[in-house]
Ligand binder design. Sequence first.
Ligand code: GDP
Length: 366
Amino acid sequence: GLEQIRCVGCGISIQTEDKEALGYAPLSALTKELPICQRCFRLKHYNEIQDVSLTDDDYRKIVSSIGDEDALVVKIVDIFDFNGSWLPGLHRYAGKNPILLVGNKLDLLPKSVNPNKVVHWMKKEAKELGLKPIDVQLISAEKGYGIEELAEAIDHFRQGKDVYVVGCTNTGKSTFINRLIKQYGEEASDFITTSHFPGTTLDLIDIPLDGRSHMYDTPGIINHHQMAHYVSKKELNIIMPKKEIKPMVFQLNEMQTLFFGGLARMDYLKGGKQSFVCHFSNHLNIHRTKTEKADELYKNHLGEMLSPPEDITNFPTLKRYEFMIKESKTDVVISGLGWVTFTEAGAKVVFHAPEGVAVTVRKSLI
Ligand code: GDP
C-alpha cells in the first residue's frame, strides 16, 4: 500500500480527495520535500486563519491563562489607533509577566514626527491605562522598520522563556508574525503549527524559537471601540491611511467647522484666526463650513457629501467633547481616524465622534 504522508505542520496524514476535510492538500504538495496540508499552508501564509470570531469569554480564558505561564508578553497596538487597538485588562490577566509594548504602522506618520515623542506618549498613555511595559518599541511590520531591533529586544527580555503575542484585529499582528518568521528563516516557517488553547475552540499559532521555547500568536480580538467598527470594509480603506500621512493645513476663523467625512467633526469656537494641521488619511474628504450651518448640513448630507459612512442606518449620533487648548503644539486625536495639531494656544474647540471612539489630547509629536 501507499506510504502515509504526513503534514510537517500539524502531523495529520495528507489526503488529496476531499477539499473540505482535514488533511487536504493538492497533489503537487506531495512531491515537496516538506509536505504541508492546505490548512497549515494557509495558516503559514495567514490568509484565512484571521477570521475566527472570538467571544469575550474565549478571550478571557486565553489571556488569563497567560498569567499562569512564565512568559514574555508582546502586546501590539496600532499607533494610528492607539486607544481603539488597546486590549483592556491585559495587565491584570498577564499576571507577573513582563509586557513589551509594540507600536506598529510607524510608516504612516509624517516625517516631521519625532519617534521619541511617540514612545513617550505611548508610555504615558499606557500608564494611564494601568500598564507599565518593560519597554516600548516602534515598528512598521509592513515596511520592515524596527523588526530586527524588536527581535533582539524580545530575545533579551524573554530570558529563555516562551513569548505570547497579543493584539486586537487590524493592528498588523499577522503582518508582524510573518515578518518574524522571515527573520527567523525558512526553517522555522516549515515547522509552524497550531495548538489548541485549553478550554477554547481556538488555535494558537506556535512558532518554535530555539528548540525549547516557543512564540505563540494568539487570536486577535475585535475591539468594539474602534472607529473601524462603524464603517464597511471598503470604507476602512478610505479612513485607514495606506501611506505616510500628508498633513493638510486649514486656516479657520472662529465659528467655522471641519467635517472629517461624516465620521467626526471639529467646531472652532474661539481663539482668533488660526491654522489647524490635519493629519488624516489622504483619501478622507475634509469639508469646511460655518458652525451655525453644521447641524443642518450634517442632517441633510450625512452618507452623501459627508461620507464615509455611506450606510447611515446604524450610525450613532456623535458625542461632543469640548477642549480648551492650553499650550501651543497640542494634538487632539480621534482614535483610528487621525488628529488635528494646534500650533497656537488658546483655542476653544468642540470635537464630535461616535460614542466609544476615544478623543484625547496629547503634546504634539512634532
Ligand atoms: P491583524 O488583524 O492584527 O492580524 O492585522 P493584519 O496583519 O491583517 O493587518 C491589518 C491591516 O493593517 C492590513 O491592511 C495591513 O496591510 C495593515 N498593516 C499591517 N502592518 C502595517 C504597517 O506596518 N504599516 C501600515 N501602513 N499598514 C500595516
